[in-house]
Design a protein around this ligand. Sequence first.
Ligand code: GLA
Length: 672
Amino acid sequence: MLAIPAQELTGELPDPPEFAALSEPTFVSISDILEYKALPEYHEPDWVTSKYVDAGTLPPVAERLPKEPMVYKTGNMPEGIGVYGDTMRHVIGGRPEGWNYIGGQSQGWGGIDIGLSECLTRTGPLFEVKADELEPMPNLAKSWEWSEDGHELTMHLIEGAKWSDGDAFDADDVMFFWNDNVNDPNVTPLNNATPETFGVGTTLEALDPYTIKWTFKDVRPTQYLYAMAYGSFCPGPSHILKPEHPKYKPSNTYEQYKNAFPPEYMNIPVMGAWVPVEYRPDDIIVMRRNPYYWKVDENGNQLPYLNEMHYRLSTWADRDVQAVAGSGDFSNLEQAESYVEALRRSAEDSAPARLQFGARTIGYALEMNLSANGWGEPDERAQRVRELNRNLDFRKAISIAVDRQRLGESLVRGPFTAIYPGGLYAGTAYYDKASTVYYPYNIEAAGALLDGIGLVDTDGNGIRNFPDGGPDVEITVLANTDYGTDTNLAEGVIAQMEPLGIRVIANFQSGTARDDMQQAGQFDWHVRRQGSEMVSVVQGTAQLAPTGPRTSFFHRGGTDGTVDVLPFEQELVDIVNKFISSSDNAERAELMKQYQHIYTENIYTVGLTQYPGALIINKRFANIPAGAPIFMFNWAEDNIIRERVFVPEDKQGDFELHPETLPGKPGGAGPV
Ligand code: GLA
């Protein structure tokens, strides 16, 4: 048997190809972007005053706003104070399951939930905040302070803000979210709102309607402020959701709670700038301006400037096509297969949209299910695969059987894709090349490694067998059919495993089904587009390792609720926990070097490819910040601060489907 010393498998990691299409943000302080204060007067679109306020069906704007609204500073708005009107026409590939976001339902992505949910803090726009001043922006929490001993964090909620139906937003909403959703194990959050996301043993209490107090085991874990942003701390309307929660309505099951607000349910109260008022299956979701939105510009104009938002229910590829053609307004160009064509069309003078590439923050990895203690209830075959997945030689063999250069080029030729060994992305703040272990393509060595662990083709059918006359090694790979890139990469992996004698079978599912199977642990392998933890590290930090039973994407608690972590995973968990509790920048950088080393040395995931994405926005929109990345702390739909975006009068289109209307009653028929 051939023994291969580990060092012979590693090699020099080529630098990513130069890619010079970046536009730089102008770096600012958070206090340059916004503040909270009362203004002498407030304004709203004329038709809101004449049709609703004057008719007595809506209180005057000053009464609808909080005592001290959030005020966006003119100096940070690229084109300054805007005007009202027009629509942003999004196109998305997902479909809404319903409106109970905190109960675990998806609205179809593409910026819908980002726009509906406002969270305690906000991180998307941090791409333009000076690196040495980096901390989450205030949002629903307008300020906070730490106790002397650093264990307590007191947060002040915005006072007098209202849900889009006029109901008060206060600590009741926050506590319902925390007690009855995050901390209720029967509720499966969509994103990462698990108790461990905020630290084991962390508690939260309401001191009064506008003051909440966190108590942490660690001292000054400022890192959790990032967990209070989009994804993990965006409360829902407790006055609407609570009556359907099984704790308050014992006749309801948790499934009934989750599904109590189907897509047809209109005017769900939100804290975001637009409210869903119309839904046509497989066609469109229309949203109208939230008359109670709690943010204004410095002239006292209530935001948003845009009256309407569309989410055309189509495909993600169509989002690119429509944005480039001008029949849609926005796309995150992220499926590398269409880059060349999109670039060509956008370069024409008559192109309706501008296309701006950012850094390489889109990346894919092959994740192996590492649970051997029952997560997802594997059958005998799947259990054997799990045992293989946990074997380092096996992961090495798979990794070096992947020709990453070819895989990247199969998506797009040119300076876009780069070899991705797994772990943190090259070019991001915490990446360190010297700490990155790279195992280059080496199909012969891959075969020898598999021979070494007893996986040989005993029945001569070209597929290796499990040891001792076991069956063929057959492994399924989960991928999301909503994206061509996901399935193309998975097809590439399937093809590249063939010469190795491993039979990989496509388990390709729609986005929603994929999400469910991932959450439930029903997969052997999964080709997945990575999250912001791999880009920013500070966002989604708890997901960098199995820090809790539900934090990892590919290794969650088994039947007894515990995670059967491998020794190197325990090291990763310890590093991540240390990172979270440290506020010493030098120490944090050092910890992430260790993380990267252990991660890549152990091939925690099989990195596939990483490449830049481009933001495509129709040229009629103003106030799009320079250098807004499609993905960093969050997606571009958050990064560009849509509530501040406007269309100058002479460029306004005639796209509003429900002009001069406002959202109606929750559960009512539509706009009024
Ligand atoms: C999907 C899209 C992304 C982005 C996000 C926002 O994942 O692929 O480009 O729009 O939704 O949630």
